[in-house]
Ligand binder design. Structure first.
Ligand code: HEM
Length: 407
């Protein structure tokens, strides 16, 4: 009952709603023991420390000091011009930041060009599925990762979810681009900027009276949290593709994993926590992702905002039921129930019966396509989803926040 009131309070929105939310204790967090061995990591060794208590010791004090010194507006302005992987850093950055970024932008010694090239092959062939999976499996899953949902809800970006999604979609786009990590690509820049954003959030969020009342932690975005989110991305995507029987050559599967391993490193995740193989990734996800999934009032609200994004285009008539049905299809009844997504009598059965054959046909497993209408329906949905999740022709600039979400 109390939980319900908290939810209602959040729905009302605004300062009063958020204050109401504070009156109820957050549900206990399921935190499993950390037993995953660093022997299964890309580093091959580590000290075994639970990443729950490790953040980003290089970036955090630096960005805290930028915020305290009042340097962030000038830094953001300069960094708006820094977009390509091979571009020199802009003149005028504070020296400590410049030194950090010069180091942070370097690919790890274990980055393998051959594997990254295979990732490109994979992304080209499977871009269709990847778009849907990143948006609706990973994106919606983030709303049932309590710590992430709360961090996003109470941080500056929580006030404008469309803008926030366009920035996250940029990362998904950049990692899937042909030139992702090449000199003319943008993935390195996106990761380094995101690393700075996360460091800022660690400094800022604990000062938000709303977050500190709702969250059961002192500093957000630990190394463990980052791995949890990482698993909601490539690990979940690969699990779904496997479940859909998409035949993926092992070199391409390896390549896709590798592109995300490199991304994790550039986001500031330590090598000793980055899984070296899919087996290791699945084992780690079982330990850190599966047990934490749970509904929160903040996540339910975020999911509602996400499902309503299409309303601008079609008043929600088609997009909301389709997005809801896709979420149920991807994440299952339990999570759809948590997110209060209604059942869709038309779309739920259609997805259940048509998606498998659709994938099979696309993959050349079945000789004949289904009715053209079914193709059209899915393709039309994908175009809409792309419209929703990529931004509207505006340049997307990932910037260091200076404050939290105002209520
Ligand atoms: C910002 C990606 C992990 C919370 C961002 C941004 C990206 C991103 C691209 C920039 C968007 C923006 O500026 O709004 C990722 C990836 C992760 C990860 C790829 C893991 C592999 C996490 C985790 C949390 C988190 C674990 C919380 C527990 C946030 C917050 C912001 C942010 C609060 C700032 C929103 C704002 O106020 O603007 N993340 N993130 N992220 N991320 Fe993450």
């Amino acid at each position: 009952m109390e939980e319900l009131n908290r939810r209602k309070a959040l729905r009302v929105g605004g300062a009063f709603g958020a204050l109401g939310a504070l009156s109820v204790t957050a549900p206990a967090q399921a935190q499993s023991l950390w037993t995953w061995s660093a022997r299964g990591s890309v580093a091959g060794a580590g000290n075994g420390a639970d990443p729950r208590w490790v953040w980003d010791p290089e970036a955090d004090p630096l960005v805290a000091s930028l915020l305290d010194r009042g340097d962030v507006p000038a830094v953001n302005k300069l960094l708006r011009t820094w977009t390509r992987n091979d571009q020199p850093l802009p003149e005028g950055l504070p020296n400590d930041l410049r030194d950090f970024m010069e180091n942070a932008r370097r690919l790890p010694s274990w980055a393998d060009e051959g594997k990254l090239a295979k990732a490109v092959d994979f992304n080209e062939k499977r871009g269709l599925y990847l778009g849907v999976l990143y948006g609706l499996a990973s994106g919606m899953m983030s709303t049932v990762i309590p710590k992430e949902a709360r961090a996003v809800y109470y941080s500056q970006g929580g006030a404008d979810m469309k803008d926030r999604i366009s920035k996250t979609a940029k990362l998904g786009y950049d990692i899937g681009a042909r030139n992702a990590y090449r000199p003319d690509g943008e993935m390195i820049v996106t990761c380094v900027k995101t690393r700075l954003v996360h460091a800022a959030v660690r400094h800022l969020l604990p000062r938000s009276p709303y977050w500190s009342g709702a969250a059961d932690e002192d500093i957000p975005i630990s190394q463990r949290d980052m791995m949890v989110t990482w698993h909601s991305l490539p690990t979940t995507v690969m699990q779904k593709l496997t479940a859909w029987k998409v035949p993926i050559a092992s070199a391409e599967s390896e390549g896709f994993l590798h592109s995300w391993q490199v991304g994790a490193h550039l986001l500031g995740i330590m090598d000793e926590y980055i899984p070296a193989s899919w087996n290791e990734a699945n084992a780690q996800a079982k330990q850190v992702l599966d047990p934490v999934l749970a509904p929160t009032p903040e996540g339910i609200r975020l999911a509602e905002i996400l499902l309503n994004l299409g309303a601008e285009i079609d008043a929600g008539i088609l997009s909301k039921p389709v997005l809801g049905a896709f979420t149920r299809f991807m994440l299952g009844d339990r999570i759809a129930g948590w997110l209060e997504i209604p059942r869709e009598p038309l779309w739920d059965p259609l997805l259940r019966t048509a998606w498998g054959p659709f994938v099979a046909v696309r993959e050349g497993l079945l000789p004949f396509p289904l009715a053209p209408e079914a193709y059209w329906t899915f393709d039309e949905f994908l175009r809409r989803a792309a419209l929703l999740f990529l931004s509207e022709a505006r340049p997307i600039s990932i910037e260091i926040p200076e404050g939290n979400r105002p209520f």
